[in-house]
Design a protein around this ligand. Structure first.
Ligand code: ZN
Ligand code: ZN
Ligand code: FE
Length: 765
């Protein structure tokens, strides 16, 4: 089957023979489609055989004209358009100039060579950069992107730097952050009291020595601070965890080189491409079996986790630090628990006090906190789990022009979005709006995005949950407020980035979102047609004793599920693991809560169903981070066999129009069978596999009832690679066409762009 890829290449790609190069390459590979120049960069749109498309994408990166430089290449797989030849389309002068704010770009190879060339005047200068690389979004305060509008304004260029900057033939012509050891920013090492213990090379060597001794060093990077420790040092890692209040959530790693990554993880072609791309995200990689591992990463870096989050050095300072340390380092965000990452050294000294032993700082100010992006490759395709450095604030494309809108996202994994014409600009990941710091960061970034992109929103779109801080903020503004239901926003996000045509079926499975009927939704199906998102199916509901407490305690979801099945008799099943996890008096309290419906909201959440099954199988009764129980259920599955459990999909009743909508997926028979097997000693590996297959099958059954060929899969549950694989296989096998997220996260990081897309689709403007 044919594939189509649509992408935009930004960088030095205009006036350097890039379009003719793309044209020749596409012709040679017999791909159809088009290429053109636009104010944003070069757009390419090719279709053909999947293996040829893969070759095209590879060769585009490696064989382009020597004077061209790719600073960013974002693309997505879309439905084939049926193009029969390849053409160069006329240039497109439209598109907002404001869409040209570039993300931060990893150090380029030319600068890397100079960095370690003793003859170069920037030898081991930690702020070397050029037109092709370096900080952008993290230092820009206003448009146009000129030095006075960046945090480099305080550094006057020395004559040598100025000459490069003014010379059109130089690689540093108009490189706004251009600097050198004579005129530019410098590093210093501070102790925990903020006293300078060394500068420049001395700062670096003291920091490296401290890392070797197991100390925690806070390192100021491009979009904020990292906390670093030696990855092989289990004691150092557990000290860091204790201080940071981060019990088991995996920590990201920075490796010196690609070769050193290969000593610990398996890396395939597309994964290597992502690791070494200018975007330089954290890539989730499968760990090698212990016997094949030739370097040491402590187990407590990512406990019980078959994956490691890995990145390569992307700033000159990182390159120097990693080369000198000569070992992988934990490089986790410099914050306490879920607060935003620190950007300012005084703030870091205060907020990271008691966490970091030393602070490797510099005097180039950071305008906005930008975390590392996180991606995963499955089946050769990109899934973005966190969109931040390297990607933000690059726009997506709306199907048509809309008035300026601001969307403020949800509550967790918050992002904000702005529409300008047809551009949909998505902020970097801002974090969970749980703390005052996070809420302040959210407000600041919302204002800054508006100013930077000169947007004058006519309305503010928010989640329909009235109690989210983001929703309250939206109401507090003078513009009109447009509330959009949470799962509708998820579906719209998947629709807009995949350019899905209606009618289609949207499947939104996640942890929690407020439903239109006042209950908690999270296992939802919408038929998208005629400017409406109609809820056509959902998972059977069950109570969550303790409400939000169930998020941290999967055993509560399990109990709620059992109570929905058996009522008071559920408490007689004392040989069931989650019940045993409660004391007798806790059970009495919970029984009363459930019987009287006190603080026991009803939910159709798929995420809580995963939690419940994880608890029933004895995998996890309490979670130390969101999604942990469900992840462990995914990893427990061995993927063998094709058996499924019984489930029923039946209409919930007959509506006034004579049609029995919505359908309800009833998991009762599945849960009963699964408990029976568990009690009979069937391994969790087998039960977990069947559970995933069963849910995938239930999605196909609903799709068959609804009868739309196109099915969009969205929501946090579709970060589960096993669920994705089974669902995609089952849907494809049954003749459906599944769509997955690519550039926008399936989790709540996608809510803000989805809110705008939904409001536009429904014509609510
Ligand atoms: Zn460079
Ligand atoms: Zn200089
Ligand atoms: Fe969600």
């Amino acid at each position: 089957m044919k594939q189509r890829v649509h992408g935009v290449i930004r960088g030095v790609v205009q006036g350097v023979g890039f379009r003719p190069f793309v044209y020749r390459l596409a012709r040679e590979l017999r791909l159809t489609g088009w290429v053109n120049n636009a104010s944003q960069g070069v757009f390419v749109d090719v279709e053909g055989d999947p293996t040829v498309i893969a070759a095209f994408l590879r060769r585009l990166r490696h064989e382009h004209p020597p004077r061209a430089f790719i600073q960013s290449f974002e693309y997505a797989f879309l439905d084939p358009s049926g193009a029969t030849e390849f053409v160069i389309r006329p240039s497109d002068p439209s598109g907002e100039k404001t869409a040209l704010v570039m993300p931060d770009i990893a150090l380029c190879d030319d600068c890397l060579r100079e960095l370690f060339n003793p003859q170069d005047r920037r030898y081991r200068y930690p702020f070397i950069n050029c037109t092709n690389c370096g900080p952008r979004f993290s230092i820009i305060t206003a448009l146009p992107y000129d030095r006075p509008h960046t945090t480099m304004r305080g550094f006057a260029m020395c004559p040598a730097c100025q000459q490069e900057y003014d010379d059109p033939a130089n690689r540093r012509f108009h490189a706004q952050p251009n600097a050198c050891p004579v005129c530019g920013p410098r590093v210093a090492l501070w102790d925990a009291e903020g006293h300078v213990t060394g500068t420049d090379e001395m700062a670096l060597s003291l920091a490296v020595a401290a890392l070797h001794e197991g100390k925690t060093v806070a390192v100021k990077g491009i979009g904020g601070f990292h906390l670093m420790v030696a990855a092989s040092d289990a004691d150092a890692v557990s000290r860091l965890r204790a201080r940071k209040h981060r019990e088991e959530k995996p920590l990201a790693l920075m490796f010196p080189t690609l070769q050193t990554v290969r000593a610990v993880c398996s890396v395939d072609g597309p994964e290597e491409q992502m690791l070494t791309a200018p975007e330089a995200p954290i890539v989730l990689l499968r760990r090698l079996p212990a016997a094949q591992t030739t370097a040491s990463v402590a187990e407590n870096v990512a406990p019980h986790n078959p994956y490691l989050g890995v990145m390569l050095p992307y700033t000159p300072l990182h390159h120097m630090l990693l080369r000198d340390a000569d070992r992988p380092l934990v490089a986790t965000s410099g914050n306490l628990s879920d607060e935003p990452i620190c950007t300012d050294e005084q703030e870091a000294l205060h907020r990271l006090s008691g966490i970091a032993d030393l602070f490797l700082v510099h005097n180039r100010p950071i305008v906005r906190h930008i975390d590392d992006s996180i991606v995963r490759i499955s089946n050769g395709r990109l899934t973005t789990l966190r969109r931040a450095r390297g990607y933000a604030p690059l726009p997506l494309r709306l199907p048509g022009t809309v008035p300026d809108l601001l969307a403020v996202g949800a509550h967790l994994k918050n992002t904000v979005a702005i529409s300008r014409g047809r551009d949909l600009l998505v902020s970097q990941h801002l974090g969970d709006l749980e703390t005052r710091e996070a809420y302040e960061a959210f407000r600041t970034e919302t204002t800054q995005m508006q100013t930077l992109f000169e947007a004058h929103p006519v309305a503010v779109v928010s989640d329909s949950h009235p109690d989210y801080l983001s929703s309250a903020y939206a109401r507090s503004r003078q513009e009109r407020n447009i509330p959009v239901q949470h799962h509708v926003a998820h579906v719209a996000a998947c629709m807009v980035e995949n350019e899905i045509r209606d009618p289609f079926l949207g499947v939104a499975w996640d942890g929690t979102g407020l439903g239109d009927d006042g209950t908690i939704w999270g296992g939802e199906f919408f038929l998208v047609r005629d400017k409406r998102f109609k809820r056509v199916a959902h998972l059977r509901t069950f109570p969550l004793p303790g409400g939000d407490q169930a998020v941290r305690e999967p055993r509560r979801s399990a109990l709620g599920l059992l109570y929905a099945l058996a009522g008071a008799d559920a408490f007689a099943w004392q040989n069931i693991i989650p019940l045993q996890a409660f004391t007798g008096s806790e059970q009495t309290t919970l029984h009363r809560m459930l019987a009287r419906g006190i603080n026991s909201p009803v939910t159709s959440s798929a995420g809580r169903l995963f939690d419940a099954v994880s608890a029933l199988l004895g995998l996890r009764q309490r979670s130390s981070f969101e999604g942990q129980a469900a992840m462990e259920l995914e990893w427990a599955a061995d993927g063998a066999g094709t058996d499924v459990y019984p489930v029923t999909v039946t209409p919930s009743g007959t509506g006034p129009d004579g049609r029995g909508l919505p359908f309800v997926i009833d998991w009762e028979a599945m849960i009963r069978a699964l408990i029976k097997e568990q009690q009979a000693g069937e391994p969790a590996a087998v039960i977990a596999t069947r559970f995933h297959r069963t849910l995938a099958g239930s999605i196909v059954t609903v799709a068959q009832h609804i009868g739309c060929e196109r099915v969009a899969l969205t929501g946090g549950c579709f970060q589960n690679a096993l669920l994705v694989r089974y669902t995609v296989d089952a849907l494809t096998g049954a003749g459906f066409r599944p769509y997955l997220h690519q550039r926008i996260p399936p989790n709540d990081g996608g809510i803000a762009p989805g809110q705008i897309a939904a409001a536009a689709y429904m014509g609510l403007l």
